[in-house]
Design a protein around this ligand. Structure first.
Ligand code: C2E
Ligand code: CA
Ligand code: CA
Length: 903
């Protein structure tokens, strides 16, 4: 009888829903319910039916029945056809299905004993009933194809048989050959028709498999035919003896079954072996699972195989690895998996493999699954997930108990692999995390430098070595950036972070292997190195770092300048601990800062106390305004030619209840660091404006004066800064034209774009801009041109003592010349000696301030001086006009008056 490979399994066409051509053809065809493949199969069916009618009309209709000794009732043969069709035995070779049936038996008997047309009726009715039963729920084209195929087979068999047979007595060898030729031919024709149907329905072409199909089918057909011929001879000669054949026929049938099941068992073992090999050979768990699932699909002739790992907790997601016929496999993809998922529930409760058709819940998870078997994945530590194989490719067949048992075995292999793999993976993950944690615990995430923990640990180790008699001693350098806070506040944290990274790089570049550069936090870095007691190398390294930091950084397209101050400490003795050493270096760093930034200092126990105080100060500063501890002192600014008071600089003071008067150098930086500067700066503006207006109203200040206010860049960065100042001026009635805003070069230089914009706004409202401490920072002509600047204040450093060389004045000279070229007003700061005043006047400097001309004093003091000074100036001018004194500052009587200001 006909055999055919399973076309669907080899088909590329994933069309669903499937229909199959049913058991008669032993083929499963995957067809779309509509569309060209179906139409083609319909056409083929019509063609086969047409051929059958043609053969019938030409070669069968007029055939003469054989003269037989007995008449068999056609329904008996029809019944045999029906039974033979229903009792087919399928054998699966991997993705192919071959089928045996005993159909040759009724065929051969019918050919001999039935009148040709009656034979066709028996064939079509008997097989038709079986087909109809088996085709329930399938596409009608399947039944149509099978019936027309049957009709063609039947007519062909009749034509061939009758063409060859010549029976006058009991059938002999010629009749046998005729019967064999008939069954063989129909075998071949059926195989061709099925292959054509599969190809037409979109499956892979089956023709190259034809020889194999025919060979296998031919053998079975031959055996069946021989048995059937035996039956014919018995019926012909000794009808009753036919019952004796029941046993051999049944035995043959059982033997087929046994053969098939043996084969399948063997196949299963091979498959199981293959799956364990797959798991062992795949180095990666993921790829092993995918390979195993693909293998399982073949094994069970299924469309889809998947493994779902259950979430560890009820809320989590499951992980699905899935292999399907077409498309990329899915690997460990998270899927929503409710605890109420019906399949999962059944797995959890039942703990065994089971077959199932889609229920509503299952459909929600995998709508593509029509029929499936699912099996728990049980590892040593219990249920870890499920394995599902779904959608049998061979239509009309479903998963059976055998498949379930096989799946259970595959699943147990998978579970073991998964558990081992998971174990390995989680172990690897754990050690990776541990390493990462260790690194995190010991390194600064921003700069990648070792952190405080690692640094202290290393210092401890070196201290222990030193105690062991090493000639070198561990040295700790403590680096703190100057004005980092300002950069952070003006340019933002991102810029601050970039700067820290850049600083870290430069610092790391200044030390050598064996030294340790660490970031302690914020803008604090520490360096550990070993040196001889004279600290030669430590100091050299510190200088190198300070120099390296001097060069501007390129941050967000802007040049940023920050310096660094370094404190150095060496252990007093071997007993000293790491944190003591760090603290000492920290204190030395503060000394370095206090001495002027960008310096280094080696720890000296005597400065200890003042630094401790500094830390406390910062905390107290916040409440200082509320406690009215702040005051503004005023320092006169004088026209160097006329000696007239042309302005005052407001300088903030903190009258600390314990420490007394704290100078701004000691707390302005703290205020900038802790943010108090905004409130403080605002308070100074209000206070100073109020004060000057008071003097104006009192008539002590008759001429317009310049009120010079020192600004921190942080204040300027406030979005409402300009409006705030404007508001204060309006409320106090202060004329913006009399207000001078002072800022240092370095402060201006930071975030120059934004600063320029703000300063322009102030200027547009009438205020003037002064560059404070000019010459100490990044003085360049370029920026003087870009910045809205009206006044340059020559830093104290360039107003040199009388004892110095004439060429030391070169800088002051240059600044005055520069100011004149650019049309700027120059104010010299720190004039303490009459010689300096003379020199500045010679240079053409217009204005000055300094202890000689007047110290910063509280408002009340200035008020009395202002009164006296106004009178004195009048007197001087009168005397000068009268010619009673010669020109030249030191001799002038006003020194008496101004001396009072020097205090
Ligand atoms: P500065 O703006 O350069 O102020 C001048 C400093 O020089 C004042 O120090 C003043 O007392 C001092 N000084 C004036 N004449 C002489 C002199 O002849 N010889 C010497 N050796 N020093 C002289 P002070 O008041 O201690 O202020 C220090 C710095 O604090 C100021 O330097 C300024 O940068 C800052 N500062 C003061 N008040 C404020 C303020 O309200 N806001 C801000 N942001 N900073 C302020
Ligand atoms: Ca100033
Ligand atoms: Ca200054």
């Amino acid at each position: 009888m006909v055999t055919a490979p399973d076309g669907a399994a080899t088909g590329h066409e994933p069309a669903r829903p499937d229909i199959s051509l049913g058991p008669r053809a032993r083929v499963a065809l995957q067809l779309g319910s509509v569309g060209r493949p179906v139409i083609k199969v319909w056409a083929l069916s019509v063609l086969l039916a047409g051929l059958a009618v043609f053969v019938y009309a030409r070669a069968v209709r007029d055939l003469v029945p054989l003269a037989t000794p007995i008449d068999l009732p056609w329904p008996a043969i029809a019944g045999l056809f029906c039974i033979g069709e229903l009792l087919d035995v399928q054998v699966h070779f991997r993705r192919e299905t071959h089928a045996f049936s005993l159909s040759e038996f009724p065929t051969v008997i019918g050919l001999f004993f039935l009148e040709p047309s009656t034979y066709l009726v028996a064939l079509l009715v008997g097989s038709g009933v079986a087909l109809a039963i088996q085709s329930r729920g399938h596409h009608p084209v399947k039944l149509a194809f099978n019936l027309s195929d049957l009709a063609l087979n039947g007519t062909l068999a009749l034509a061939i048989f009758h063409a060859l047979v010549d029976v006058t007595g009991p059938p002999g060898p010629p009749a046998w050959i005729a019967a064999g030729a008939a069954t063989l031919t129909t075998s071949v024709v059926a195989a061709v028709a099925i292959a054509a149907a599969i190809s037409l329905s979109g499956g892979a072409p089956q023709f190259q498999k034809l020889p194999e199909m025919i060979q296998f089918g031919g053998l079975v057909a031959l055996a069946n035919t021989s048995l059937a011929l035996l039956a014919v001879s018995i019926l012909w000669i000794h009808t009753e003896a036919i019952w004796l054949l029941i046993v051999p026929v049944a035995t043959l049938f059982v033997a087929y079954r046994a053969y098939v099941s043996e084969r399948e068992k063997h196949e299963r073992l091979e498959l199981l072996y293959a799956s364990s090999r797959i798991l062992q050979n795949s180095p990666q768990l993921d790829s092993a699972l995918v390979a195993l699932l693909a293998h399982a699909r073949e094994m069970f002739r299924a469309e889809l195989a998947e493994i779902v790992l259950y979430p560890r907790n009820e809320l989590g997601e499951g992980l699905r690895t899935r292999s399907t016929q077409e498309g990329e496999p899915e690997v460990m993809a998270p899927i929503a998996l409710a605890a109420a998922d019906p399949v999962r529930q059944r797995i959890v409760q039942g703990g065994a493999a089971f077959l199932h058709a889609p229920t509503r819940g299952w459909r929600a998870r995998s709508p593509e699954i029509r029929q499936a078997m699912t099996c728990p994945l049980v590892g040593e530590r219990g249920l870890i997930g499920e394995m599902t194989v779904a959608n049998r490719l061979t239509q009309g067949t479903s998963f059976l108990g055998d498949d379930l048992r096989l799946l259970e075995m595959v699943a147990s292999q998978a579970a073991a692999a998964l558990e081992n793999g998971q174990l390995e993976q989680s172990l690897a993950e754990l050690s990776r995390l541990k390493e990462q944690l260790r690194h995190q615990a010991y390194h600064d995430s921003l700069t990648g430098l070792p952190n405080r923990a690692l640094f202290t640990e290393q210092v401890e180790t070196r201290l222990a070595h030193a105690a062991g008699g090493s000639p070198l001693t561990p040295v700790v350098l403590f680096l703190d950036l100057d004005d980092f806070k300002v950069v952070n506040d003006t340019l933002g944290h991102a810029a601050g972070d970039r700067l820290l990274v850049a600083v870290a790089e430069r610092v790391a570049g200044c030390v050598r292997i064996g030294d340790l550069a660490a970031r302690l936090g914020g803008d604090e870095f520490a360096i550990l190195l070993e040196d001889r007691p004279d600290l030669g190398r430590a100091i050299a390294v510190a200088h190198r770092i300070i120099d390296a930091l001097q060069a501007p950084f390129q941050i967000q397209g802007k040049e940023v300048v920050v310096g660094g101050s370094i404190g150095i400490a060496v252990p007093r003795d071997a007993e000293e601990r790491a944190h003591d050493l760090l603290r000492k270096a920290d204190m030395a760093m503060y000394t370095a800062k206090a001495d002027g930034k960008r310096r280094l200092a080696v720890f000296d126990p005597t400065v200890h106390a003042s630094i401790v105080a500094r830390h406390e100060l910062s905390a107290e500063l916040a409440g200082s305004i509320a406690r009215a501890e702040l005051a503004v002192h005023y320092q006169p600014i004088v026209d160097l030619t006329t000696l007239q008071l042309t302005g005052v600089e407001a300088l903030v003071r903190w009258n600390h209840p314990v420490h007394g008067l704290v100078p701004p150098d000691d707390f302005v930086r703290l205020a900038e660091e802790n943010g108090t500067i905004l409130e403080l700066g605002r308070w100074v503006v209000v206070e100073a404006c109020d004060q000057v207006m008071q003097w104006k109203r009192a008539g002590i200040l008759r001429d317009p004066v310049a009120l010079c206010l020192n600004l921190s860049p942080i204040q300027l960065q406030e979005p409402t800064f300009v409006e705030d100042i404007e508001g204060i001026l309006q409320r106090t009635g202060f004329d913006p034209n009399e207000l001078v805003v002072e800022m240092t070069e370095t402060a201006m230089f930071r975030d120059s774009q934004a600063t320029i914009a703000k300063l322009e706004e102030l200027r547009a409202r009438g205020m003037r801009i002064a560059v404070d401490d000019f010459g100490t920072g990044y003085s360049s002509l370029g920026y003087l041109r870009r910045f809205p600047v009206d006044i340059l204040k020559i830093a104290r450093d360039f107003v040199v003592p009388a004892a110095s060389q004439p060429e030391d004045w070169a800088f002051a000279h240059a600044i005055v010349a520069l100011g004149r070229t650019l049309g700027l007003t120059i104010i010299a700061e720190g004039i303490e000696e009459p010689g300096q005043l003379d020199r500045l006047r010679e240079l053409g400097c217009q204005m000055g301030q300094g202890f000689l001309l007047g110290r910063p004093v509280p408002p009340d003091d200035l008020e009395s001086v202002l009164r006296a000074n106004a009178a004195a100036a009048d007197a001087i001018m009168a005397a000068a006009r009268a010619g009673t004194i010669r020109a030249g500052w030191p001799q002038m009587p006003e020194t008496v008056e101004l001396a009072r200001l020097r205090g």
